[in-house]
Ligand binder design. Sequence first.
Ligand code: MLT
Length: 267
Amino acid sequence: MKIQINDISLAYSDEGQGPPVVFLHAFPLNRTMWVPQVAGLSDRYRVVTIDLRGHGESDAPMWRYTLDRFAEDVHGLLAHLGIARATFVGLSMGGYILFALYRKHPALFQALVLADTRTTADTPEAKAARFSMAQIAYRRGVSAIADLMLPKLLSPASWEHRADLRDHLRAIITGNQVSGIVGDLMAMEERPDSTPLLSTISVPTLVIVGEEDLASPPEEVESMAKQVPGSTFVRIPRAGHLSNLENPGAFNAALLTFLTSLENSGL
Ligand code: MLT
């Protein structure tokens, strides 16, 4: 499905009935990275997945990408869908966007799930690497970005043995446009340090990390979890950065346990 939000056409899926759960994808992917979670949850929950601007079937304008703008797109879509409160799940860049959304619209949050993400801002070296990657995208196109990103997204074992996953992810990445990929890089490069936000989060929070995540080291993610009052922290075995795809069984089990606990506590 598509709607016009903030001057662009935004693609999303809305499946199932029940308490709403909204998923935000990682860089440089799209909403199809959540297929195992849609399958695992949509018999009990209303599952919304979104192609963020610049990705998948959404428009990829040539300018003005910021995490706040991504967050406003999500806010606009939820208003259109009549969803006043939801549980939000964001993986990596999806998590960065959730920090922006929480800062601006905390009342939207029933609960928060942060997967394989970080609060710290980019170091000067990381900013320089974003710039280099943008130049590669302009000069050599999206398949060069897939070559660079795939080994970072998967655990070494998945990278070596999961040809199905590699091919699926390559197809997702190369289905994006250069403008969207460069837009993400600019938005992420400018993001603030969200660490001070953690102690102010007042909704139930689950923090997940793949045990072999190379991009968001598990120790860093665990320390992030410790700063969110009352949060639950879960390590996903046999998974790297894309823990939801590399071990969907364990990821969905953690998510369902968390969602069930919310219902049992009357939230
Ligand atoms: C992601 O998976 O969204 C990226 O690793 C985020 C980043 O590059 O900081």
